[in-house]
Write a protein that binds this ligand. Sequence first.
Ligand SMILES: Cc1cc2nc3c(=O)[nH]c(=O)nc-3n(C[C@H](O)[C@H](O)[C@H](O)COP(=O)(O)OP(=O)(O)OC[C@H]3O[C@@H](n4cnc5c(N)ncnc54)[C@H](O)[C@@H]3O)c2cc1C
Length: 246
Amino acid sequence: MSDAAALASRLGALALDLVVESVIDPVPSVRRVRLTGPGLENMAPQPGQDVMLAVSPTSRRRYSVRAYDATGPWVDLDFVLHGDGPAVTWATSAQPGDSISVVGPRGKVMVDPEAEWHLFAGDDTFVPAGFMMVESLPAGRRAIVIMEVDGDSDHQSLETAAALDGPHWVHRAGAPQGEAGRLVTALQGLDLPAGPGHAYLAGELRVVSAMRSVLLDKGMAAEAISPKPYWRLGVANQDHGEPQRD
Ligand SMILES: Cc1cc2nc3c(=O)[nH]c(=O)nc-3n(C[C@H](O)[C@H](O)[C@H](O)COP(=O)(O)OP(=O)(O)OC[C@H]3O[C@@H](n4cnc5c(N)ncnc54)[C@H](O)[C@@H]3O)c2cc1C
């Protein structure tokens, strides 16, 4: 059994050898890679879930599903072009026909069916999962969306049957990624709706922790908050794709 197959079987996921079908940049800071291949029709990821990619012989990285079609079959992954790292290097050079080993679906953060309102907040890396989750919400629910990107050219459009408050784009305007202040300020200025709600937070490890603290201070219950660190400032993600924690 290959390493990927053993890992997939341990995780209750699929191990697939997929091929790049197309590559586009929906905005200049993001490379969207569409993967296809046999077996992908059985993956059926839920909005919010991700896949683990073998981006180099020694490194795996996790990327959220931005869109999925079982009939293609295909899956779209959006890579934030943040600088240097095996994942960005792979995505930057990806060409139709390239192959890659994929394990998925992964991830436990999914839409809370009991919540009447949903808050999505994070940086550029959370746009793919957050938008797919918002798109899946039915009419009668409310979605508040706050995403940090560098500027106007990074905005993407979002449509949903739910009542949409946003996306509210928070701009770095040339400042470095991974600073908590802007998203913290945006959350501090937010009036949380009444009724049962759920918050989904993702991005840089310390920024996610700071955002969670703001929501706890506002009276949200810890169980109603799903924080997920996606990367860590100044530290490469571990070889299985998770950011290192202290
Ligand atoms: C469940 C999950 C889902 C994710 N989904 C997505 C997704 O859909 N799209 C996406 O782009 N990312 C996503 N990420 C984050 C992505 O896996 C990390 O950003 C990863 O570190 C990128 O790997 P790399 O090889 O390019 O860089 P690494 O080798 O991990 O890191 C190299 C350097 O780059 C820095 N760095 C890493 N990411 C960023 C960043 N975003 N901005 C600034 N500096 C950074 C690190 O601090 C380090 O100094 C997800 C992560 C997880 C755990």
